[in-house]
Ligand binder design. Structure first.
Ligand code: HEM
Length: 404
């Protein structure tokens, strides 16, 4: 009974059964992309070329984001002295596995569930590398529970879980091997992965918390991204690359605002901004008393937990309301005159859409129901869990009568 209560509320409570705002916010954040995908599919926004193709792409992206995020937990714990962040690492890693499994299902759907085709695909490096990464992820996932740690012993468990580095590298390699990867997020992933690995090297030399070292790391990661992108595209994509097969031309695109207008900010700049953001945040945070004391978040207050769950419930409810009352989805391009614009920017004045009050009321009602549900869950997580788990939380009396 206790185990069931503990498991059911695990995403919302810490090991001692107390409500955890951090875990709750993280759980909502991990589920949010899945809800967004369900919504996009439900309103038919992903019908072109097909929902499964769009799901294949998006689940793949989110799987890698969550793997990288799980690798970022240790650096953030150290840099900001927030050791409590460890509580969400397993959740984030498992979310990476869940999105990968959804990716596999989308892939099977794209291949019309034809096992023969799926097996034949194994002969392409792209797919083979994907499978290798998936097998590694499954090994990490099934051994991520406390029982496995106890059975394996922490030494063997730690050794096995070093697999997370090659598994993430293989996932990024899998993305890079796609013939469609001629720019963009695959290189941002590569640069961020470099940052995460190089940070661990800095950590060996006890430099990993210093803002100056983090500034240097940001510059190094950006430089790596620029060079890696230019060389990878030159070696793997040849003339299909945006630079036309010349690494120098690819490098030059990083400082070409016209190119940014087409594909957005290049990976090099994104990695630089992310790295500088961490260094700057570290420099500011380390001046605060919170860092100096290395203070852990105190015991969560009941109102924090309830507020987080109420807002989360409201967001989920509104989202469900939105999915149940999808906006009319006419062809977004119908009736628009694009003139000679290559960016498909419509010409002429925008016509304001009519306000659909009934739809808004439906969404608000669903939001209110969600908020009430979230509040109820908060009360449950705060009070009942603690009561149910109270026997397990009682300090064990020592033989001499003192609490042990
Ligand atoms: C069972 C193993 C896997 C299979 C069969 C598979 C299959 C595929 C296929 C067919 C594509 C499209 C390639 C293209 O358009 O050229 C793709 C893309 C992708 N996959 Fe996988 N994959 C697997 C594992 C993984 C894993 C483990 C991850 C990440 C953790 C991942 C992340 C991605 C990403 C980010 C993309 C790129 C999406 C895009 O085209 O923009 N895949 N995968």
């Amino acid at each position: 009974m206790i185990m069931i209560a503990q498991n059911a509320l695990a995403p919302f409570s810490d090991r001692r059964g107390r409500f955890s705002a951090l875990k709750t916010v993280t759980a909502f954040g991990l589920v949010a992309p899945a809800l967004w995908m369900a919504y996009e599919v439900s309103i038919g926004a992903w019908d072109r070329p097909s929902p499964s193709v769009n799901l294949l792409i998006q689940t793949g992206y989110w799987a890698i984001w969550f793997l990288l995020l799980s690798l970022a937990v240790t650096p953030f714990r150290r840099i900001f002295r927030r050791s409590g962040l460890i509580a969400v690492r397993r959740m984030v890693g498992l979310a990476g596995l869940a999105y990968t499994l959804a990716h596999l299902v989308s892939y099977a759907a794209v291949k019309l569930w034809d096992l023969g085709v799926i097996l034949r695909d194994l002969s392409t490096p792209l797919i083979l590398v994907g499978w290798l990464s998936l097998f590694g992820l499954i090994a990490l996932g099934v051994t991520s529970f406390d029982a496995a740690i106890r059975r394996m012993g922490s030494r063997a468990w730690n050794r096995l879980h070093y697999l997370v580095y090659p598994v993430t590298a293989l996932a990024i390699l899998h993305f890079l091997l796609s013939p469609a990867t001629i720019a963009g997020v695959a290189f941002t992933f590569s640069g961020l992965f470099f940052w995460l690995m190089a940070w661990r090297l800095l950590n060996r030399y006890r430099l990993a918390e210093r803002p100056v070292a983090l500034f240097g790391l940001a510059l190094g990661a950006a430089l790596f991204t620029a060079l890696f992108e230019a060389l990878w595209l030159w070696a793997y994509q040849g003339t299909r690359a945006p630079g036309g097969g010349s690494p120098l031309a690819t490098l030059a695109l990083n400082v070409d605002p016209e190119w940014w207008g087409i594909v957005g900010l290049s990976p090099t700049w994104k990695v630089l901004l992310a790295g500088l953001g961490v260094a700057l945040a570290a420099a500011l945070w380390q001046r605060t008393g919170l860092y100096a004391r290395g203070r852990e978040a105190g015991p969560p207050r009941a109102w924090t937990g309830r507020l987080v769950l109420t807002l989360g419930g409201a967001a989920l409810g509104a989202f469900a309301g939105l999915a149940l009352n999808p906006p009319p989805a006419p062809d977004p391009l119908a009736g628009l005159d694009f003139g000679d614009s290559i960016f498909l920017a419509p010409v002429g004045p925008a016509v304001p859409a009519e306000t659909d009050w009934a739809r808004i009321a439906g969404i608000a009602a669903a939001g209110a129901i969600g908020a009430a549900g979230g509040f109820g869950l908060g009360v449950l997580a705060d009070r009942r869990t603690r009561r149910i788990l109270a026997p397990t939380l009682m300090p064990t009396p020592a033989p001499d009568g003192r609490a042990g």
